[in-house]
Structure formats: structure tokens, C-alpha cells
Ligand binder design. Structure first.
Ligand code: TNX
Length: 521
């Protein structure tokens, strides 16, 4: 409140009745309702209502769709509240209700959330809708609800009716586990963090010049040799067994997230070429690579064994990936001549189909195919790309990851110690100030599948590093992917983003405290 306003109010209070109402309205405390990221489509505050979660509350289901979301919620709230919060199949008494029958406007991923004095009632018609509602409810509770140890209540939720649904279906985050390897526990930690912002796709960049990170049973040397080192030269068993991968995929799924595995071909393949001599045109193994240059490797396009290799990898990965997508990379194949690149994609793309999956690829690949079901992921730094525009015109849906906007490995400013700057310095406001549905020439709102924030890890070694680069820009990507275009406004977004700080502190996330954002204490 400004000093002037305070003085005016004091005068009114002295003057007598009626003024109290003004006082209450003017001083109405900010609540978590003003702090949601991403912003819901419709939000009606009900200031006369407050719900308090108590020791006797139950999480009540009337639809099996809500089972996993309810378990997720209970797993977060039991440690911090210290309450039992049993999950029941009957809707009765106080607590949190997850039920079906949402307004059709909520669509396949949306939900309604109504705060009443005795219950928070969530309605959704799909598991995705329930997951998304649960993430909203988390943010409506006090920040300390995120703690791993018992905290003091009260556990209040401000009164509101919310009807929410996303702008885009695809809201993604990518982690490069090839340049630096991250353990399953580190990956799970990141999955937990992205889930909180309604990210629903997790893209795992599993192979590159510096490392092959997933066991392929028919080509065991890929991990034995190709998974033995990383940027900087550390050595070890730096890969996931298929069982570990399946566990990660299931962990993501239990948070409403579909995993998209990537094997980058035909370039970025040094780790494979170091593992098997026959994958090289000259029949000689390449040395393992621990530097950070790109563009020097290529599979041997004219050898039949190359396609046996690609098919074996696709077959094995498809078999342990329940999601419908497989990412085949295709970027920066600077050592693969154009004609060879075409030849390669003509053989590789049908193999993805053969094993029942839909291709996602870095946008370069889309010049090689007329298949409109494939998904080009735009990672350029320009606002024009003829091939991507032509694909959009044919009907392909484009996944937007412009590097100068939403690459989480770009430095924030010249003083940022981690990260790269080839696409520019990307401060938080830069990462927010673009419209995915009107960014690339010839790629309009209806041609956009969604937004993904990739995190490349040439310079990123620890979970702390991941978090410093991803926070707050990952939540920015989530906002761009979910919130309606009509609410896009930096001045209104920045305080909502800043309001996340106490939550991140409780969660142990060491974020970049950008001077552009008014951080809440
Ligand atoms: C470009 S973007 C790459 C990656 C690097 C990244 C670093 C893309 C598809 N390829 O190989 O890691 O830049 O920012």
C-alpha cells in the first residue's frame, strides 16, 4: 500500500463506519491464488471461503483415473503435515476429493478445482487432468507443504473456483545425460521438479559423441565402451541398464509425464563409433571423446551394418518405452553430406514406424520427409526456416525450442559461470518474451505442438548445476506452454514467478535470483 493510500484509509477509519469495508478490501492479503505458475485459464477467488487441511482429512477418490495423482499428492503432503491422509474410495467427510464429471471445456488435460469450507473438490475426466490439478493444489498450499519433514500448520487453501486447461498439449523438458552422466536419482530429482510445473514430456538425450547411456542388449559394447566416460574424462559405468531406464520411465509416468528417448543419428555418434569398428567407413574404432566440439562424427551411410545397428537400437528402445515417441536427433550432421543424410533418413524413419513409434527429430530432419506425422523440434536462433515452414504447411506440428529463448544451458548474463553463449545471453525476461504461436514465419498457433526447454550438459555436472540453469527458466517454458496467450504479460508474470522462491528454498533448489524478478522473501 502506498503511504498516500494508507493516510487516506486512516482518515476514513477515523471518520467511522463503512470505512472498515474499504480497509478490508484494500488490505486483502495476497494469497497463493496470485502466485500460480502456470496461470490457470479461469480463476474465480472466493474470499469468503478458506479450506483448512486437518489431521482427519482423507483423500477421497471416485475414479480410478485419480489413483496415481492421489498417491503423488499424499506422498508430498504426508511428510510435511504429519497427517495420515488415507486414500479412500468413498467420498465422505472433509478432505480432498478427486472425481470425474469435469466441464467438457477442460478437455483431455484440464480440470476444475473448487475450494469449499470442508473439501477441495477436483474434477477431471482423465488421469492427466488429475495430475495437473494436484500440481495446482500444491501451489495453493503454504510453501512449507513441500518440506520433507513435519512442519507446523495451519494448512490453508484460499477459496476459489478454477477451470483450467493448457494452451498446448506438449510441454517438455530435455536433459542431456550424454555430455555428463546423471544417476537415476539425479534424473528423478529433475523429473520431480519439472512435474511441479505441469510439464508432461521428458526428453532424455541418451547418446552423443561423448557417451552412450542406455544398455542395448544386441550391441553390448555401446555401454561397455561408449558409456565409460564423459566430458572432462571421468570414467565409470556411466549408463542405465534397461531395468534402470524402465524404472525412470515408470517414475515419470507416475507424475503424469511421458518419456521420449533420443538416440542422435547420423551425427553425434562418436561414442558408438568408438565402441564398434564396423560402424566406421574405414573399419577402425574411433577414440573416446571427452571434449565439447560438435559436428565431427557420422555413421557410415553406405554400409548395411549401419541400418542393422539403427534397427536393433530402435527395436530394443521401442520395446521398453511405453510412450508413442522416439527422438532420432538428426541435428548438426555436419560430417554427413546432404545426399547421404537423405539416404540415411529414408532408411531410418520407416524403422521408427515399423516399431510402432512416431518420430521426433531436431528440425533439420524434416526436409527429408513428407510424413506429416513426424514432429520437427525447432532449435534455431532465427525466426525463419523454410523447411520447417514447408512442413507446417503440409500439416506437421512443430515443437518449439528456439535456442536463443529457451535453451536452459545458455548463460543468463556475461557473469554466469555455467553454460554456453553461442545462441546469446538469455535472461529470464528474454526467455519469456516470445510467442510460440507467432514466432517462426509460416508456423502459426495451429501448427505448434508445444514448447520444450532443453538442457545440454557440456558444462553441467551436478544437480545444483541443473537447478541453477533450469530455475527460473524451466517454469518460464511451462508458463509459455500452458497459460493462455491472452495472459502473456511480463509485468504480471514476473511477480508470480518471484512468488515461487520460498517453495524452491524449501525444496532445496538453488535458483538463479535474476535481478529482473521481484523475488518473494
Ligand atoms: C547444439 S541443439 C546442439 C547440441 C549442443 C548444444 C549446446 C542441437 C540440436 N544440438 O549438440 O549440446 O547446441 O547448446
Amino acid at each position: 500500500m502506498t503511504t498516500k493510500l494508507k493516510a487516506a484509509l486512516a482518515a476514513l477509519l477515523i471518520a467511522g463506519s463503512g470505512a472498515l469495508v474499504t480497509e478490508t478490501a484494500a488490505a486483502a492479503p495476497a494469497t497463493t491464488l496470485q502466485e500460480l505458475v502456470p496461470q490457470p485459464a479461469q480463476l474465480q477467488p472466493r474470499p469468503e471461503i478458506t479450506f483448512t487441511l486437518t489431521a482427519t482429512a482423507k483423500i477421497q477418490l471416485s475414479t480410478p483415473d485419480a489413483r496415481q495423482p492421489a498417491e503423488l499428492l499424499a506422498g508430498i503432503l504426508r511428510p510435511s503435515t504429519g497427517y495420515a491422509l488415507p486414500i479412500t474410495d468413498t467420498v465422505q467427510g472433509d478432505g480432498i476429493v478427486l472425481t470425474s464429471g469435469a466441464d467438457p471445456k477442460t478437455g483431455p488435460e484440464g480440470y476444475q478445482l473448487d475450494v469449499t469450507p470442508k473439501q477441495v473438490v477436483i474434477r477431471a475426466n482423465t488421469p492427466a487432468g488429475h495430475f495437473n490439478a494436484v500440481q495446482t493444489l500444491r501451489q495453493l498450499l503454504p510453501a512449507k507443504a513441500e518440506a520433507k519433514t513435519k512442519q507446523q500448520g495451519p494448512w490453508q487453501v484460499p477459496g476459489a473456483s478454477i477451470l483450467d486447461h493448457p494452451r498446448y498439449h506438449h510441454r517438455g523438458a530435455m536433459l542431456d545425460v550424454s555430455r555428463h552422466f546423471f544417476t537415476p536419482d539425479q534424473v528423478k530429482r529433475y523429473i520431480d521438479q519439472i512435474a511441479a510445473f505441469k510439464i508432461n514430456y521428458f526428453h532424455l538425450h541418451l547418446s552423443d559423441d561423448q557417451g552412450w547411456r542406455l544398455e542395448i542388449k544386441s550391441w553390448p559394447e555401446l555401454t561397455k565402451i561408449g558409456g565409460s566416460t564423459e566430458v572432462g574424462g571421468r570414467t565409470g559405468k556411466l549408463f542405465y541398464t534397461q531395468d534402470q531406464y524402465k524404472d525412470l520411465v515408470a517414475y515419470a509416468a507416475a507424475r503424469g509425464i511421458t518419456t521420449i528417448p533420443e538416440f542422435d543419428v547420423p551425427g553425434h555418434t562418436n561414442a558408438a563409433q568408438a565402441s564398434y569398428a564396423e560402424l566406421n567407413c574405414d573399419g577402425k574404432k574411433r577414440p573416446l571423446y571427452t571434449g565439447t566440439e560438435v559436428g565431427f562424427s557420422s555413421l557410415c551411410i553406405n554400409k548395411e551394418i549401419t541400418y542393422k545397428f539403427v534397427e536393433d537400437v530402435i527395436r530394443e528402445v521401442a520395446a521398453i518405452t511405453p510412450g508413442p515417441y522416439l527422438h532420432i536427433g538428426g541435428d548438426e550432421a555436419l560430417s554427413t553430406p546432404d545426399a547421404d543424410y537423405q539416404t540415411f533418413m529414408n532408411r531410418a524413419l520407416p524403422l521408427v514406424k515399423k516399431y510402432g513409434k512416431t518420430t521426433v527429430g531436431w528440425h533439420e530432419f524434416v526436409k527429408t520427409t513428407k510424413d506429416t506425422s513426424t514432429i520437427p523440434q525447432f532449435w534455431g536462433t532465427t525466426t525463419t526456416d523454410e523447411n520447417v515452414a514447408a512442413a507446417a504447411k503440409r500439416g506437421n506440428k512443430v515443437l518449439m525450442s528456439p535456442a536463443n529463448r529457451i535453451y536452459l544451458d545458455m548463460k543468463y548474463d556475461k557473469n554466469t559461470k555455467l553454460g554456453l553463449d553461442w545462441a546469446g545471453l538469455v535472461e529470464v525476461k528474454d526467455s519469456y518474451s516470445w510467442n510460440p504461436g507467432a514466432y517462426l514465419k509460416g508456423v502459426a498457433e495451429q501448427n505448434v505442438r508445444g514448447v520444450e526447454a532443453p538442457l545440454w550438459t557440456e558444462t553441467i555436472k551436478t544437480s545444483q548445476d541443473i537447478e541453477y540453469m533450469a530455475f527460473p527458466r524451466l517454469p518460464v517454458a511451462a508458463e509459455l506452454g500452458w497459460a493462455q496467450a491472452s495472459v502473456h504479460n511480463w509485468d504480471r508474470f514476473a511477480p508470480r514467478l518471484g512468488a515461487q522462491a520460498p517453495r524452491w528454498k524449501v525444496q532445496g533448489i538453488g535458483f538463479y535470483a535474476s535481478p529482473q524478478v521481484p523475488w518473494k522473501k
